[in-house]
Design a protein around this ligand. Sequence first.
Ligand SMILES: Nc1ncnc2c1ncn2[C@@H]1O[C@H](COP(=O)(O)OP(=O)(O)OP(=O)(O)O)[C@@H](O)[C@H]1O
Length: 336
Amino acid sequence: MGLRMIHTEKLTRTFTAKKGKTVEAVKGIDIDVAEGELVAFLGPNGAGKSTTLRMLTTLLPPTSGSASVAGRSIVTDPAGVRSRIGYVGQGSSAGHQFRVHDEMMAQGRYYGMSSAAAATRMKELVTTLDLGGLELRRVSTLSGGQRRRLDVAMGLMHSPELLFLDEPSTGMDPQNRANLWEHIARLRSEHNTTIVLTTHYLEEADAQAERVLVIDHGEIIADDTAPALKARLAGDLISVAVAPGAVDSAVRLMADTGDEIATRPAGPEVVVSGRFDGGTRALPPLLRRLDQEGIEVLEADVRVPTLDDVFLSLTGRSLREGENNEDAPVVEGRAA
Ligand SMILES: Nc1ncnc2c1ncn2[C@@H]1O[C@H](COP(=O)(O)OP(=O)(O)OP(=O)(O)O)[C@@H](O)[C@H]1O
């Protein structure tokens, strides 16, 4: 483990919501991130990811607890923290009426870069984030994906050693997303930049993050590599769809050889699932037994565990629950 980039102790944030109700958004979390790591906060909407990030980036003071970020205290030296980090929030940081070129240059100047250094850096970022030809456009005329890439570019202007990205790829099409990840990989290999991001895209956390911090109701409920998190779940997931009247006998029968038997409605049918060692080999005998018991299986499926299964086994809920179309990747409109 290299130098500690982030160290928090019992970091807590409460809000007073409507009618004086107290919301404990972040409940005393302890986090350690080493230099050069790529860490993803994964959790459902409202889990406390953004609040944590906003505290670590000094945008929001903690209610209690402490944190050192890039060697500085967020409580006693927020300016020191800010000069060493980059932050790309959920909203756009660029002024709508300004031109892309001017926004990037102003950002560089704000961080004390010379005009020449800022111009060089801007050229680099325009290339790697695919913003070529847009330099003279006003921010208000950019598509959602282009604007998002500009936000990321602005967060990177001063080559920070630690970069925070709040939902970086939301609204990007698959190609732009891959492009962004390429850029992030380059930042890491060339500059050893430490990266902390939030996402509710499971596949993204799974594929890209070295370490996943699963956050739910303001608490860190798991912290490990994606493969290690998944390996904790013994067995592959077998699901069979049966008629509602057959659920009880299917559950009983599957519990003989499987673990974590669960049911969920799926249209007029019910899906009964469980974990089985060697799922693809366990399926045929299971289907035979169900058949012998007179249980008609309408559909069957075997799946190796995903991070959503990890979340489900930790919380009893799926991360995909409550996901709406707004969260789904949208395809960027063609630029004029
Ligand atoms: N300014 C605020 N006032 C009151 N409650 C707040 C405020 N900011 C956040 N909260 C509440 O704190 C909790 C955590 O919110 P937070 O935005 O950190 O979640 P999140 O995991 O980032 O979710 P999302 O993926 O939707 O951004 C939520 O219950 C939210 O409603």
